[in-house]
Design a protein. Structure first.
Length: 196
């Protein structure tokens, strides 16, 4: 099975994430999309990042009605800090029958050369890149030249919703329910998340 890995803190997951994940599940050759919840890095200040399991629970709630979208806590069990190259190696070892591809925004592709062992990622995995409105610097000329066949640019809708915007709006007592799956909005409201 060909699986796309969509990494994120999902703090919280919102309809933008679902639109991209579902678009890739329906309009690419990826058979499933795993939404990989990135755990809190113990070396970083926690600030507004919710507990790992609350964020995972919200991904479960958001994807329950989408059979091709699966929540994943695989990084919770791996050493910190998490490097994508290590997670990919672990998954390939654990599920040798599957082929794993990486889903990322255009902004991440532009900064890929700063990632740990990015050449290994590009050699062993395909990338599915969705458009972002970005002011990120472009990658060095020729950097991706040898890997063009492995990079698929996906014509997904550009969704400019951010989890930061949602957290700030909740704190400001704004109604942002249209931006969240209903079960996620209820879960946040019930637990009084992001209010302080």
């Amino acid at each position: 099975m060909k699986i796309g890995l969509f990494f994120g803190t999902f703090n919280p997951i919102h309809i933008g994430h679902l639109i991209i994940a579902n678009h890739l599940a329906e309009f690419s050759d990826l058979e499933q999309i795993w939404l990989v919840v990135t755990p809190h890095n113990p070396l970083k200040k926690k600030s507004t990042l919710l507990d790992d399991y609350h964020r995972l629970e919200m991904v479960h709630l958001a994807t329950a009605d989408y059979p091709k979208l699966k929540p994943s806590d695989i990084e919770f069990k791996l050493p910190q800090p998490n490097y994508t190259v290590n997670t990919l190696a672990h998954l390939q070892e654990k599920y040798p029958q599957n082929e794993f591809a990486l889903i990322m925004g255009e902004d991440n592709l532009n900064s890929l050369q700063k990632w740990k062992n990015h050449e290994v990622i590009l050699q062993n995995h395909e990338l599915y890149v969705y458009p972002r409105i970005t002011s990120e610097p472009q990658p060095k000329p020729g950097f991706l030249e040898n890997f063009k066949a492995k990079i698929h640019t996906i014509d997904a809708p550009i969704v400019e919703i951010s989890s930061t915007f949602i957290r700030n709006a909740i704190k400001g007592k704004k109604n942002i329910n249209p931006m969240l799956p209903a079960k996620v909005a209820d879960y946040i409201e019930h637990n009084l998340f992001y209010t302080k």
